[in-house]
Structures are given as C-alpha cells and as structure tokens.
Design a protein around this ligand. Structure first.
Ligand code: TRP
Length: 430
C-alpha cells in the first residue's frame, strides 16, 4: 500500500514576487503539486509577515499579489490546500502547545534571532535591541504551520533548514510527552532548481534591489531587462556565456535547443541589445498568458477572497480534528471525561520510549528510557536524524525477530544494551 506524501510550504506576505521567486519556487512547486500520490499545502504566511512588517496596507497588498501570482502561475486551488495562515485559528492555538515543549535555549540558537543579537553585540548596544518576542518565537509559529498538517516534506531554501529541524524537535518532544500525535517533517532543498541572477549579476533578491518583477507591466519588464549589466564588448565581438547574467536568465526559461542557439549567437558576436531583445521575448512568451489572469485577479479581489475562504475551510477539515485530538492529549478536556482519561494516561506513561535529540557536537543521538526515566539504551552519535531514526526502526524490527535472525547495526552500542532494550521493548508491546 503506498502512502500519500504531504508537502507543505509557506510564503511570507511582505513583497511582490519577482522572476527569481518564479523560477526558484513558484514554477517548480506548481509542477510538483500535480504529482500523483501527494497532498500539497501552500499558504500565505501573513502572521509571519507581521514579524517583519508593520505597514497594514503593505501586508494586505502583498497577500493579494502573492495569492494572485500563485493562481495565475497555474496552482490548482481545488486540488491543493491553498489558504491564508491567519484564517486557521488552530495554528496560533498549536503554537502555544508547542511553545510549552520548546526549550528557550533552542530558540536562542535560531539564526535570524542570533544574527540580530550578534549585530547588537557588535554595535555595543543592549542585546535585546530591536528583538521582538515575535522574532524570537518565529520558529515555533513555523513549527505549528508544519505540524498542523502532518507534513512529511517541506520544500525550502537552505536558510530555512534549521527551522524545519526545530519543528522536528518540537514534534518529537510533544510525542514523547503526550504520545504519537505529530509527524516528524523533513526539509527538502532542491539543488537542481536554478538560482537566478539579478540585474547586477548577484543573486536576484529584493534586498539587493536587482529584481525583475514577475507580473510588472510589460514595458517595465522590458526596461528592466535592458538594464541588465553586461561587459563592454561591441556588436560583432564574440561574447562569453560564462558569467553572463543575461545568458543564465535566458537558460532558466529556454529549452535546451534555444539555449544552444543563443550560445552560438554569443560566439558569433550578437550585440547586447539584440541579446536583450531575445531574452525579453522569451520571458514574455512564458509570462504574458499568465499576466492576464494575474491582472484579472488583482482587480477582482473578492474572487480571490472567496478562493482563500474555500481554502481555509478545506484546510480546517484537517486542522480542527487534529487540534481537538491534541487538546485532549495535553489535558485541555471536558471535565466530565476526566476520570476515565486519567487511567489511560497512566497506562501510556508506563511504557518505555525512545527520545531523539541533538547534542552540542552537532550529532544526532537517541536514548531509550523506561517509564521511570531509567536509561536503557544510549546511542552513539549519528550524522543525521534520519540515520538515528533508522537505527530505532531496526531495533523495533529486530525485537520482532527470533534471536538467531537479529542483525543490528550495532556501532557504538553494546550488545548488552541492545539486549536490555529489546527485552524492554518486547515487554512494552511497543
Ligand atoms: N519562514 C519561511 C520563509 O521565510 C516562510 C514560512 C512560514 C514557511 N511558515 C512556513 C515555510 C512553513 C515552510 C513551512 O521563507
């Protein structure tokens, strides 16, 4: 039986999408969302936007533009889960439950927070300058986004990997305390996706002010493309494709034969103006048909609002029951059920369990502790949470095998420890 794989990713609603976002995130994500055997959750992270932006009009406008972009680029909102974070009240609710199982020390290490602290230290000002509790709590809100929908994979950029690992830790802590309710997510960083250079040749990014707007008016796109920095070679002189931002951008849109043709033209001395015209036409060919839908949606916000409301209702068919389950698990319960539930908690608490964690050496460990917290098995360090998880899975499997058939990857773990753990596992019926 094949299992559905759930993908989830959020887009912070502070800007307007540019071609770099399109090539690096929107286009591959829309394509991936059509794969069979997957469920896809895409949402507008407007609560996250509040951490960075205190301009209400900008938040609203950006939400409108980003939602319109994704739909214009072909996201099938009836097939996927497409919603606005702030329409799902279960998300802030789960944020609090996770807050209560997340070590403050873990959050101290979050890159974005730490960067601000380091900056303050370097400037000789108070460490907390410009640090809101929102910035500090950013990873917990993000953890709730992910765990709320039991996502397996979270496609993100490199800079977000740490957040996904934190979400994983939160799920683990929660499950350890309250039973297996949450799914452990994994970051998915796609190395093959093109990193688009911007007008000045550095990575296209709003913070470098070198972007080409995705759905900017056609004439503006043309102007921007004509402002791409090139070298001073005259028409007729052969040109290098290596290090040419113009060529790299073209490559991200063109088919391999088209790219070959432009490479040839470079060698034959095409003028920069002519090359820019070729690039403009190629981009326009891909974007123009979508621009129409984009402009329609942006000028009919009520239509968009309806789509987002439908998306929220659909997303809540998952969030509401899970939140109900989690409230029950932690003890936020109808009092009339109290007596019976307490007995069940006790039965569960009497089982030994695995706990995975990361040490200061950067390696991943697990231990197996009995109900009283006595250590039954301490692993050596693993390179990734996945390897540690595989070892645990192997242990659980070995437990089900007759003695002679047990082959365990026993590196760093003594045979005696493994035997004790297997015995405890067998007794727990785990
Ligand atoms: N922090 C992400 C970013 O800045 C946006 C985001 C919010 C997100 N919640 C998420 C991404 C959940 C993936 C999953 O890019």
């Amino acid at each position: 039986m094949s299992q559905v794989v759930r993908y989830l990713t959020g887009i912070t609603t502070t800007g307007t999408p540019h071609l770099g976002n399109y090539v690096g995130a929107i286009r591959p994500t829309v394509q991936a969302s059509r794969l069979a055997g997957t469920e896809n959750f895409y949402f507008l992270a407007d609560y996250h936007a509040l951490i960075k932006c205190d301009e209400p009009a900008r938040i609203q406008r950006s939400t409108l533009e980003i939602a319109a972009c994704w739909l214009a680029c072909g996201l099938d909102w009836e097939k996927v889960f497409f919603y606005r974070q702030s329409d799902i009240p279960e998300i802030p609710e789960l944020t609090w439950l996770l807050t209560c199982v997340t070590g403050k020390g873990v959050l101290n290490r979050a890159h974005a927070y730490k960067a601000q602290v380091d900056k303050n230290n370097a400037a000789g000002v108070d460490v907390d300058t410009d640090v809101t509790a929102g910035l500090f709590m950013y990873p917990v809100l993000m953890g709730a986004d992910i765990l709320m929908f039991k996502a397996h994979r979270v496609p993100v950029g490199r800079d977000q990997i740490q957040h996904i690992e934190m979400a994983r830790d939160m799920a683990q802590s929660f499950n350890h305390l309250y039973g297996e309710h949450l799914v452990l997510p994994e970051a998915q960083v796609d190395e093959s996706v093109a990193l688009l250079p911007g007008l000045d040749g550095r990575k296209m990014s709003k913070s470098y002010d070198n972007v080409i707007g995705l759905f900017a008016p056609r004439e503006q796109v043309r102007k921007q493309i004509f402002s791409i920095v090139t070298d001073s070679r005259a028409p007729g002189e052969p040109k290098e494709v290596e290090g040419s931002a113009l060529f790299q951008i073209y490559q991200a849109f063109a088919a391999p034969q088209e790219t070959e043709k432009l490479r040839q033209a470079y060698a034959e001395g095409i003028s920069w103006a002519a090359a820019k015209q070729v690039l403009f036409e190629r981009i326009d060919r891909e974007i123009a048909p979508m621009r129409e839908r984009y402009e329609h949606l942006v000028s009919h916000p009520a239509e968009l609002e309806e789509i987002l409301q439908a998306g929220a209702a659909k997303a809540r068919t998952r969030a509401t029951p899970l939140m109900r389950e989690l409230r029950q698990a932690v003890g936020l319960r109808n009092l009339a059920t109290a007596a019976g539930a307490a007995k069940k908690d006790k039965a569960k608490a009497a089982l030994p369990s695995f706990k995975q964690y990361r040490e200061a050496d950067g390696l991943f460990y697990f231990k197996f502790v009995d109900a009283q917290g006595k250590l039954l098995l301490q692993s050596a360090g693993f390179g990734s949470p996945k390897e540690a998880g595989q070892f645990i899975a192997a242990l659980k499997q070995a437990q089900a095998l007759p003695d002679g058939d047990r082959a365990l990857p026993a590196e760093g773990v003594s045979g005696e420890q493994v035997r004790a753990a297997l015995k405890a596992l067998a007794e727990s019926g785990n």
